[in-house]
Design a protein around this ligand. Structure first.
Ligand SMILES: Cc1cc2nc3c(=O)[nH]c(=O)nc-3n(C[C@H](O)[C@H](O)[C@H](O)COP(=O)(O)O)c2cc1C
Length: 366
């Protein structure tokens, strides 16, 4: 079986999956539950100088595997986290990443007590990119444990920001965070579905994955840094994609909310099996393997299709969804293509769940 242990900033984690900061990390007991279920580490809700007072409602389902939230930071006091919750989680074997936000003043106040309480790592988080460097400076002169800087997908120049954070002493980067702000409305009442200002919230989960992958790849292409890829991972296939894009370890928040912390055990088992199937001996071996294929130039070689009637179940998606009406599929599984109409867009191959239709670009469904 592939080796799923990872090394994050010199610390061995038994598994690559990390519970991201969120509602499942509201207390020390919740961190223990995630680690006992198989997470390699768990991030606390974000500690701030004052506990959060959340609007109602502040979480709404928003499509398959996707959530929009207006939830703030920890609703327990920082004192409680430092005196009770972190020591509780540490005493029960959890690997604790203490999330500290959102200003340099709060970093100055909180990072030392958090480290003394036993946190294994600190993750700094801010809504604003320009506060991260001063937060790192305040933190790095006060603690010796590894420090992660959490980056937002909303920031315009992630490679540039990552360079500044690494120069200011970040030991690793968490890439990325929720995307937004975004909005959903209740069509029956014409009201926003969240109670936050203007009803605006933050998008997480499945819909976020392609954004996160782009962010991770952008940072990994520019810097040789340890990266926790966080955003949109819900299964082993997503996890492999995140590794290939350059992640060292993989954060999971929304999928754990939707499926419970038992997802961590399942992810560990399925990732090990999938890495085996794909020929990677370890998580580390898969990390960054897509980067040499990400090139600035466009691909111009037209698609060459292969069709295996033995795998085809005649679902006809390739025919009905071709925007140009270029495909036909006879009852006896003879595939036709009108070369004059086909634009080599590739959509048909991506729709084929059976892997019957493949091409020189795509070896199976995505
Ligand atoms: C309800 C909710 C609350 C969250 N609270 C925090 C938080 O307090 N601090 C933080 O850094 N990230 C917070 N996040 C963001 C997650 O840590 C993570 O970056 C984001 O959800 C993307 O990962 P996912 O797609 O696996 O959920 C929260 C996410 C959700 C869904």
């Amino acid at each position: 079986m592939a080796d799923i242990q990872v090394n994050l900033c010199g610390r061995a984690l038994k598994a690559p999956f990390i519970l991201g900061s969120g509602p499942l990390s509201y207390s020390g007991a919740s961190l223990v539950a995630a680690c006992e279920a198989g997470a390699g580490a768990a991030v606390t809700k974000t500690l701030r100088a004052r506990p959060a007072d959340n609007p109602f409602p502040h979480m709404v389902a928003a499509g398959p595997g996707t959530i929009i939230n207006g939830e703030k930071w920890a609703d327990l006091t920082a004192e409680q986290w430092i005196n009770e919750e972190i020591p509780y989680a540490k005493a029960r074997g959890a690997v604790v990443i203490a999330s500290v936000g959102h200003t340099p003043e709060e970093a100055r106040e909180l990072v030392e007590p958090v480290a003394r309480a036993g946190a294994d790592f600190i993750e700094l988080v801010s809504y604003r990119e320009d506060t991260m460097v001063p937060m790192l400076e305040e933190t790095k002169k006060r603690v010796n444990i590894p420090v992660l800087a959490k980056m937002s997908p909303n920031w315009p120049d992630l490679p540039g920001a990552a360079g500044r954070f690494l120069a200011a002493g970040a030991d690793a980067l968490t890439v990325a965070d929720s995307y937004g702000p975004v909005l959903r409305l209740d069509i029956r009442t014409a009201r926003p579905v969240l109670g936050s200002p203007y009803g605006f919230g933050w998008l997480t989960g499945a819909a976020l994955k392609p954004i996160t992958l782009r962010c991770v790849a952008e940072v990994a292409l520019a810097h040789k840094a340890a990266i926790v890829g966080l955003g949109g991972v819900g299964n082993a296939e997503d996890a492999v994609e995140m590794l290939l894009a350059g992640a060292t370890a993989i954060g999971v928040c929304t999928a754990a909310i939707n499926k419970g912390v038992k997802i961590f055990g399942e992810l560990n088992r399925k990732l090990a099996a999938l890495l085996d199937e794909l020929g990677y001996p370890s998580v580390a071996a898969a990390s960054g393997r897509a980067l040499s294929h990400l090139r600035a130039g466009e691909q111009k070689e037209k698609l060459v299709f292969q069709y295996d009637p033995g795998k085809c179940n005649r679902c006809l998606l390739c025919v009905t969804r071709c925007p140009y009406g270029a495909r036909t599929l006879r009852e006896d599984k003879v595939m036709g293509l009108d070369e004059g109409q086909c634009r080599s867009c590739g959509y048909c191959v991506s729709l084929c769940r059976q892997g019957a239709l493949t091409s020189n670009y795509l070896a199976g469904p995505v």
